[in-house]
Ligand binder design. Structure first.
Ligand code: LLP
Length: 385
């Protein structure tokens, strides 16, 4: 993120709260990811769930990424933006019949299937439409992502994926299905993963499982290792671009596949996370008995991550004061969890001063809601200023 405080006077003219997106940083980020995979058979699908605003998607598409979708509407949006159907993966534990029919009609790259029952239903629907569904089996690898429990997905207690112990049975059954083409296997261990050794563990599992599939005569064309690469929420100004080279090297160095498969990645947060900030204004300063509160005009309705996952987004102030004070920064919503941070030192702030919550480009605006009949939150792009 550029030095945001340079926009102070322009931001003062805009109704707060709003999301600000630095498209130059987004382009640098996609560029760094592309550089890290150049000359390999690696393909990146951008996970729309992280941020599906048109300018973000257009840029990501222009940069040559595919799309990773988790609903029929995301598939539709990706197609509207211009992603080719054969670059679209469709995941999710609860795809509806309507979504399956739509995606089958569009001829997407693969349904990432999460249960035997889902595969049966897709086979039936495809049969009714006279089509064959390309699928990847999402396997639960039982690899710990060592992240917040609410964004861990690859453990046996999670609802995601087919368990390894069921695989023999599943493969046998699928072999009898006329309208299913198993193209690949898929994993996703969780999100905001910082310890890259977890991906090494995933590679070791993937090596074993690809072997198992080949030993059963199943010809795969790809391995999809999901997403999850974490970003630096503590010091985003120093580390605006995630460590893509280190991340992809783990896969280059640890995947040992007998046959060369295409390797697909589904990255969301690491692409769009650092380019966005939530800009909010101080409404009131409340000096309490034990604490001082900055009451701001954005709340958990605009950025839910702190309330939902105890996530911390670095807060910077535009106040310009050299005096510091300790504040809890809280929103206007009638919930005690509507708090962005507690006991942080910030420049002394007054009514009307702006604050920015950094690293909010992923899972920020997309998770906004209207609780308390809040207004829709608008997006401002660096190219608008
Ligand atoms: N692929 C699958 C199958 C996923 O479930 C996800 C994220 C991704 C890819 C993209 O993961 P990423 O690269 O963005 O970590 N709302 C939470 C994050 C939920 C992630 C859900 N799945 C948060 O605010 O931290």
């Amino acid at each position: 993120m550029l030095n945001l405080t340079q926009y102070n006077s322009q931001f003062q003219e805009i109704e707060t709260p709003f999301y600000f997106y630095d498209l130059d940083l987004l382009r640098k980020t996609t560029g760094a990811a592309k550089d890290a995979i150049s000359g390999t058979n690696f393909h990146i699908h951008y996970a729309l769930k992280a941020n599906s605003n048109d300018p973000i998607l257009k840029l990501v598409k222009e940069e040559g990424f595919g799309a990773d979708c988790v609903s029929g509407n995301e598939v539709r949006k990706a197609i509207e933006i211009g992603f080719k159907p054969e670059e679209i993966a469709f995941a999710g534990v609860g795809k509806t019949d309507k979504e399956i029919k739509y995606a089958l009609g569009e001829g997407i790259f693969a349904f990432n299937c999460e249960s035997m029952h889902e595969i049966e239903v897709i086979n039936e629907i495809a049969s009714g439409l006279g089509k064959t569904a390309n699928i990847a089996l999402r396997i639960n690898p039982n690899v710990d992502a060592q992240t917040h429990k609410h964004i861990t997905t690859g453990l046996e207690e999670n609802k995601f994926g087919i368990n390894i112990s069921e695989l023999d049975q599943v493969i046998e059954k699928i072999n009898g299905f006329q309208h299913i083409n198993v193209r690949g296997i898929h994993f996703h261990i969780g999100s905001q993963v910082l310890n890259l050794d977890n991906y090494r563990q995933l590679c070791l599992k993937a090596n074993e499982l690809v072997k198992l599939f080949h030993s059963k005569g199943m010809i795969l064309d790809h391995l999809n290792v999901g997403g999850g690469l974490g970003i630096d929420y503590e010091d985003p100004e120093t580390n605006p671009i995630p460590p893509f080279a280190d991340y992809f090297n783990v896969f280059k160095n640890n995947l040992e596949l007998e046959k060369p498969l295409d390797i697909h990645f589904e990255l969301g947060r690491s692409i769009s996370g650092q380019c966005g900030a939530l800009i909010t204004k101080v409404l009131y300063v409340k000096y309490g008995i034990k604490k001082n509160f900055l009451i701001v005009d954005a709340g958990m309705t605009e950025l839910m991550r702190p309330a939902l996952y105890q996530a911390k987004h670095k807060i910077i102030s535009f106040s310009g004061s050299i005096d510091k004070e300790t504040y809890d920064v809280v929103g206007p919503i009638c919930e005690s969890t509507d708090s962005f941070d507690v006991g942080i030192q910030l420049p002394k702030s007054n009514r009307g001063d702006l604050l920015a919550l950094l690293s909010s480009g992923a899972y920020g605006q997309v998770m906004a809601n209207k609780y308390n009949m809040r207004d829709d939150i608008q997006a401002i792009y660096s190219s608008d200023l």
